[in-house]
Design a protein around this ligand. Structure first.
Ligand code: ADP
Ligand code: ADP
Length: 229
């Protein structure tokens, strides 16, 4: 589903590469943690998958396609196949829960009736049944992240990228979010989650790809992680 072949990303010629000859394959349906200290290259990896940046050398394939060969007018279609969630939720503050999720369907032209049927289903999946009319500021952090996840997956992307999704949440709330991500993965979505939270990684026992200074130093199934923070 995601394949990096010898990918190097240099932002600044005077410092070391953000990613350095990374070769890695994440299969359809996998759940993989991308771990490593701040500055190790996790966000750069995710940005290259989304074609928000381009590799200095090497090739990035998403769903079999080399993203370098995707013309700019087709980039939105690439991104439609990839849901993204962030540490800071990024909800639309003036819209209620329903409308935040509905918005992702409106922008791709889904009909009102499809939106009306689908949004409650996805809200149920993330555990927010009945909270359609709440405004983001009326929700806890964990609930806000659930809305963000619902929005990210409502159009059934093949891939969900999560960049430190539990970074602003307490441990108990974080585990609830992991349960949601696990469920989405079990429904068939490939999930890649960047984190430096070892408690979560150790609880989940999924594949762990560890980056250090832009280099993959470990790639193991059902693995543990000890952060050096
Ligand atoms: P992480 O997500 O693991 O914290 P990043 O991918 O954000 O790591 O950063 C990897 C390296 O690339 C860091 O040294 C960071 O300073 C550098 N970097 C990231 N984005 C940029 C940018 N837009 N311009 C210059 N350097 C960047
Ligand atoms: P707009 O951007 O047009 O003002 P809204 O933010 O009001 O849209 O909501 C987008 C769509 O979601 C509209 O069709 C609205 O009727 C519908 N909607 C909003 N909240 C709910 C809800 N709690 N239950 C059902 N439909 C809702």
């Amino acid at each position: 589903m995601i394949r990096f072949e010898n990918v190097t990303k240099v932002y600044d010629q005077t410092t070391r590469p953000a990613l350095d000859s990374v070769t890695l394959e994440i299969d359809r349906g996998e759940f993989a943690f991308l771990v490593g200290a701040s500055g190790s290259g996790k966000s750069t990896f995710l940005r290259l998958v989304l074609k928000e940046d381009r590799a200095t050398s090497g090739a990035v394939y998403v769903a079999g396609q080399n993203v370098a060969n995707i013309s700019s007018w087709r980039v939105p279609r690439l991104r439609r196949g990839i849901g993204v969630v962030f540490q800071d939720f990024r909800l639309l503050p003036q819209k209620n829960v329903f409308a935040n999720v509905a918005f992702a369907m409106q922008v791709i032209g889904k009909s009102r009736s499809v939106i009306r049927d689908t949004v409650p289903e996805v809200l149920k999946t993330v555990g927010l049944e009945g909270k359609e009319k709440r405004m983001p500021h009326e929700l806890s952090g964990g609930e806000q992240q659930r809305v963000a996840i619902a929005r990210a997956v409502v159009n059934r992307p093949g891939i969900l990228l999560a960049d430190e999704p539990t970074g602003n949440l307490d441990p108990t709330t974080s585990m609830g979010i992991m349960g949601v991500l696990d469920k989405i993965n079990q429904n068939g979505t490939t999930v890649v989650m960047a984190t430096h939270d070892d408690d979560i990684v150790n609880e989940m026992r999924k594949r762990v790809v560890e980056l250090k200074n832009g280099v993959v130093i470990r790639d193991e199934a059902r693995a543990l992680y000890t952060s050096m923070i």
